[in-house]
Design a protein around this ligand. Sequence first.
Ligand code: PMP
Length: 471
Amino acid sequence: MSDDRTSSRLVGLRDYPKLAEQDQTVVWHPYTQMQEYAETEPIIIDRGEGPYLYDVRRRRFLDAYGSMWCNVWGHNHPELVKAIQQQAGQLCHASLFSVSHVPAIDFANMLVDAIKQDFRFADEAPSLSHVFYSDNGSTAVEVAMKMALQYQNQIGKISRTQFLTFHSGYHGDTFGAMSASNIDVFTQKFSPSLFKCHRATYPMQVDPDEHESTRHHEMQLEALIAGRNDKIAAVVIEPVVQGASGMRPLAEDYLGKIKKYCREYDILLITDEVFAGFCRTGPLIASSAELVEPDIICLGKGITGGTMPMGVTVANDRVFDAFKGVWKDFRQFLHGHTYSGNPLACAVAIRNLEMIYEEKLKENVKSRSRELNYALKRVIGSHPRVGQIRVRGLAVGIPLLDESGSEDGGYESRADANKVCLHAVEKSRVLLRPLGNVITIVPPLNIESEQIEEIVNAIAKALEVLDTPGE
Ligand code: PMP
């Protein structure tokens, strides 16, 4: 690396153009058209404090997309920083391949207890008590899918090699996770290399008080499973809400129906709670909202409070027991990553989980969610270009309608939502991201009323950039 480049971290304010140019050429940003990015003035973040991020040009931005949906306590919360610093002074990394360490053991224990707590009103105590560590949400899902396949193989159901997933689902960017996903623009170019999954409808329920029958979806689901139950290893679903396809809430009680068929046909249920879990939609374990106990849970994003990369996959006894044997049988789970269960990530995950209870985070999510829902409906709900606003916990989707008043579901048609988000960033310094033509709000979970007002006002102002019918 040239001296020039190493020193750029220190240049900051004095040499923004140079830093920007380097960013646009040497850093390849995810899901970003780099040719267009090269024409922009990139926001280069220098530090974070609470819900705000500050860039090298000394501008303050409200992080209303929670740094890609993972932020829990705002930025650089002193308690989380302390947990990382203390752990760094003792042990930065030791691999779980041959040894173990205290933070990995402690966090796994705490998580298993927390799962039990969330399911305390269920008929039976959950047996989800085996924690497998990885590095991110996609690997948490990849691990779950491999676990399900190896499980079926080892219990002698060798024809069970397929998955049932849902329309518009998103599970990550690795190959198994992409195969399970169903947002065409993300996966189309890789489709010849992906494996086929069965797809069922994900019935949406925007208004929690509106109950439409899901009977026909249920019949379709059963027909899909019943004809193929000797082939399907597991069902993979985002419980409560599909995030990446534009915050699409799942019909109430539907997860329970899926579980019923899984049990009836002896298929594993995998809940991908990478987004919906860790209090984003309310409870720590999203599927516990309806007391539906999956066989395998995938967690990520907020698990470290939004500070360090970590994914975990939690399996129940039934799955775990199928991997027992002696070495030469090769029944051990054939998966692992160098940084699985990294001590720094585990240490901060412990503090995050403690704080979730100490600070009554779930209650904050509940009240702020109500507040945000009410404020959005009051301030922008009747805007002619705004469709039915979707809110689950602190995951919000605001679909924009085209000029004829219909919601264009296409992911490619993001022009208007993009315009609105750019306006909010540039004029109000509120960081927002569009998903297709849906504006999304995914703030830190400890957000306060003042910032909710800031976000709603920024969107209301930004909506003025859209043409409205009759203008
Ligand atoms: N599953 C779901 C439901 C997600 O929303 C995401 C990320 N948005 C992932 C998996 C993948 O997580 P990561 O980006 O950490 O790989």
